[in-house]
Design a protein around this ligand. Structure first.
Ligand SMILES: Cc1cc2nc3c(=O)[nH]c(=O)nc-3n(C[C@H](O)[C@H](O)[C@H](O)COP(=O)(O)OP(=O)(O)OC[C@H]3O[C@@H](n4cnc5c(N)ncnc54)[C@H](O)[C@@H]3O)c2cc1C
Length: 350
């Protein structure tokens, strides 16, 4: 932040209260990273006795607003218009910047999705704030109400704590998949304030004709991820991982070099420059455990690694280890799972 000069003097921090989170939607549904923002935003707001405001835009957002309230949001600030049905940079950033100027939040958290990154920078410029991007830890100092925004740096080898002491709101984007989705509250009390937005036509210069869905994998939603790395030795190696994943209801992930080699598409990549996952079971086959990969899967509930090297880094993060050639271990695993499915009693005797 040292080199940035703002046109206006520093804000008066005491005039800024409460925590804003942006609730991104896709196809009229709150996306998981939005729910993650509610969880961390609520934790921060509660710590300093302030309110959590959820900002929601769309064509018809009553259902999403109710859902946000069910997760414990105190105030849902919404704007509806047929032109807000899908994310568009100019109208979204204008409306939300106006909310910020009216309500003066102390903190504003936005998921670091593609849209979220785009939006955060626009709002920051409009409100003369800074943004700490891609945070993996967020907390607040109780006395000063300063946000402690932590993000990995130097190739994920260090964690930098970034403080914004002078300007408000204190803005951060948060990496999807890091913060847990909160539990729903028993009796939601959120106040829903939705207004009809009249969008200035100058903000609608681009006409959206059609959205085409890419056939990509969302690893973050699966309870089981079976990942392969360079230890597979060849692209065909992903075949047995798919077989194993199919048996246990999982999806296939990958380390980055396997993607770079063209063995599997980029949407399967786990890690710092891929997706962050926290499944119930993560299987790492032929993956050494370099920090850039670990960053993307270390919060998995159970980690099983399959590796020929008894000294591989991944072992330190694993709950279970199979120290063997994956081409022997995985077919054996698949066979035993199939046997168990055929006859649970016979498999139990073995
Ligand atoms: C800026 C930056 C960002 C990065 N982002 C990412 C990222 O998002 N995700 C990511 O994964 N990496 C990322 N990397 C790369 C990362 O540093 C490592 O190079 C990479 O994770 C290593 O991949 P790997 O474990 O598949 O390969 P290797 O490190 O080569 O490990 C292969 C492993 O397979 C084992 N093995 C070999 N044969 C077998 C066998 N037959 N059976 C069982 N085990 C076997 C070996 O013992 C070894 O442990 C990034 C790097 C940089 C610099």
């Amino acid at each position: 932040m040292a080199g940035i000069k703002f046109a206006t003097p520093a804000a008066k921090p005491d005039e800024y209260r409460n925590v804003f989170v942006f609730l991104e939607t896709r196809e009229d549904k709150l996306i998981k990273p939005a729910l993650e923002m509610i969880g961390v935003g609520k934790k921060i707001a509660d710590k300093v006795g302030e309110k959590l405001y959820c900002v929601l835009l769309g064509k018809d957002i009553k259902k999403e607003a109710d859902e946000a309230a069910s997760y414990g949001c105190d105030v849902i600030l919404g704007a509806e218009s047929p032109d807000l049905g899908t994310y568009r940079t100019l109208p979204y950033s204008r409306i939300i910047s106006d909310f910020v100027k009216e309500e003066k939040p102390n903190i504003f958290l936005i998921p670091a999705t593609r849209n979220g990154r785009d939006l955060a920078s626009r709002i920051a410029v409009s409100c003369e704030a800074g943004v700490t991007a891609d945070c993996t830890e967020l907390d607040i100092e109780q006395d000063t109400r300063i946000l402690s925004a932590n993000r990995p740096t130097y190739g994920e080898s260090m964690l930098a704590e970034i403080l914004c002491k002078k300007h408000r709101p204190q803005m951060a984007t948060a990496r999807p998949g890091i913060f847990p989705v909160p539990e729903k509250v028993k009796s939601p009390k959120g106040e829903i304030r939705i207004k009809k937005a009249n969008i200035d036509p100058s903000l609608l210069k681009k006409e959206v004709l059609e959205f085409r869905k890419k056939n990509t994998v969302d690893l973050t939603d699966s309870k089981v991820v079976v990942s392969g790395g360079m230890g597979l030795g060849k692209p065909e190696g992903f075949g047995i991982l798919k077989e194993l994943a199919g048996e246990i209801g999982g999806v296939v992930g990958s380390s980055r070099p396997a993607v770079d080699m063209g063995w599997i598409t980029r949407d399967h990549q786990v890690g710092q420059t891929g997706q962050t996952v926290r499944p119930r079971l993560y299987i790492a086959a032929g993956i050494s455990g370099k920090i850039q990969h670990i960053m993307g899967m270390k919060n998995s509930e159970t980690i099983l690694s399959i590796n020929t090297d008894p000294g591989a880094e991944i072992l330190k993060y694993s709950d279970y280890v199979i120290n063997a050639d994956l081409y022997e271990a995985i077919p054996a695993l698949i066979n035993s799972i199939r046997e168990k499915k055929k006859s649970p009693a016979a498999a139990a005797k073995k």
